[in-house]
Ligand binder design. Structure first.
Ligand code: LLP
Length: 421
């Protein structure tokens, strides 16, 4: 469910006509619905109400501090993967005791920042990292709470680029080796073992891989408890998929039912790290048609948003729906929707059957709320798009459009170069 709909042929986000935002802001821009964001979070959270749990939103999916604050207000925690995301989480007022820190490559300064901030726990991904965190905590006279991210080797049956739980991936510690890692961790003075974590992949559209992973983790937890290691938290990661096109992912409540059923008697507090399922369909990217052209009988619609704004189609061949902001009766054509960037891979849709659009028409790229703005870049020296949040009949600029001087912020021409001119 989301709050983008048509009234008399015009697209609205909640009660705001999308074209009104364009009049104030120009294009391209990201547009999010507060109601959808809040709803998605609370529905997910409520689905697990019968068991102790924390929903730690995966900030990488959308890290605007206003968006994070929506979840904070609903009691949410945060899954972070960098010092930058920790900074954002703290700016948004997340309770540090609801922050989990994942990722294969944590630097010492990032570890120190997280220890200083007193986060709930680190999800560790290697033997070496365990030693480094222990050492860092020792220097700071602190104890680091940790879970090991184990790689349960289940096939999430998703796109190969975003599958993470197979043993050939770089993520986690092989589940067979993890017992040894826990034994090591137990001997370290500045490490406090709190749990077990995993994340099997993203855009997973079936329940069974999650249940398989959970069952493997359950066996591990039983072994750990036998070995006298206390496990309080089970972090099942994120990964629940959404409908971009024709996918039929399980609803959060079906997902929750299966997890609740499979975790009976486990006696753990669950942590979930959903990203996409919360924000994906709560945002769109609005762009304007610049030109129509044909090359070798192929139709191209050139728009003012490109792969620097939304890289998912170029990077993963991902499908995003394309909708006109104003429905007009025109003939259907098959076209590639392409951006202004100097790369053939710069497209938002390929071979798409859509109503012909004309120069100046607005187009909505759907399901762009997750991994849209967070993966945007300044490639081709394009200022990044603004982000707008709609609540009922109001809209709020939650990130300004970048300006040209933002593009060169921090750059400098050394004096020896200046002398030559
Ligand atoms: N937890 C961990 C440890 C993760 O690595 C991820 C995503 C999540 C949670 C959240 O997963 P989600 O619920 O959003 O599926 N850029 C790609 C997706 C990469 C996901 C990486 N990890 C895309 O645009 O599809």
């Amino acid at each position: 469910m989301h709050d983008f709909h048509y009234v008399k042929g015009k697209m609205y986000c909640e009660k705001v006509p999308v074209e009104d935002v364009e009049k104030a802001m120009g294009t391209p821009f990201y547009l999010y619905s507060y109601n959808t964001l809040r709803n998605h979070f609370t529905v997910f959270d409520a689905a697990f109400s019968e068991m102790p749990h924390i929903v730690c939103f995966a900030a990488k999916a959308n890290s605007n501090i206003a968006i994070l604050k929506i979840f904070v207000n609903e009691g949410g925690g945060m899954d972070i993967v960098s010092g930058g995301e920790l900074y954002r989480a703290l700016q948004a007022g997340v309770d540090p005791q609801k922050i989990v820190y994942s990722g294969v490559g944590k630097r010492v300064d990032e570890i120190a920042y997280a220890l200083d901030s007193n986060i709930l726990m680190f999800n560790l991904e290697s033997f070496e990292e365990l030693q480094v965190i222990n050492e860092c905590a020792r220097r700071m006279k602190k104890v680091a709470r940790i879970a090991l991210r184990v790689n349960p080797d289940v096939n999430p049956e998703t796109h190969p680029h975003i599958s993470t739980g197979l043993k050939e991936n770089k993520f986690g510690i092989n589940i067979e080796k993890s017992l040894e890692a826990y034994r090591q961790a137990k001997t370290l003075e500045h490490i406090d073992i709190k749990g077990v974590s995993c994340h099997i992949g993203s855009q997973v559209t079936k329940i069974s891989p999650f249940v398989d992973a959970l069952n493997r983790l359950k066996r591990l937890i039983a072994l750990l408890r036998e070995a006298g290691i206390t496990i309080k938290y089970l972090d099942l990661g994120g990964g629940l998929g959404i409908t971009y096109n024709r996918e039929t992912p399980p609803s959060p409540s079906d997902y929750a039912k299966a997890i609740i059923e499979a975790s009976k008697g486990l006696n753990c507090t669950f942590i979930f790290e959903p990203g996409r399922v919360i924000v994906g369909n709560a945002g769109i990217l609005v762009t304007k048609v610049l030109y129509n052209k044909t090359n070798e009988d192929k139709n191209f619609i050139v728009v003012d948003a490109g792969m620097n704004d939304l890289i998912r189609p170029s990077l993963y061949k991902a499908y995003h729906g394309i909708q006109p902001v104003e429905k007009v009766r025109r003939e259907k054509i098959v076209a590639d929707v392409v951006g202004p960037i100097c790369e053939s891979g710069d497209y938002l849709a390929k071979g798409r059957k859509i109503s012909r659009l004309e120069r100046g028409d607005l187009m909505a790229v759907m399901s762009a709320g997750a991994y849209g703005f967070t993966m945007a870049s300044n490639y081709n020296s394009r200022p990044r798009a603004p982000e707008i949040l709609v609540k009922e009949e109001q809209f709020y600029v939650i990130r300004q459009r970048e300006r040209y001087d933002d593009l060169i912020k921090g750059e400098d021409i050394p004096a020896f170069l200046k002398r030559l001119s």
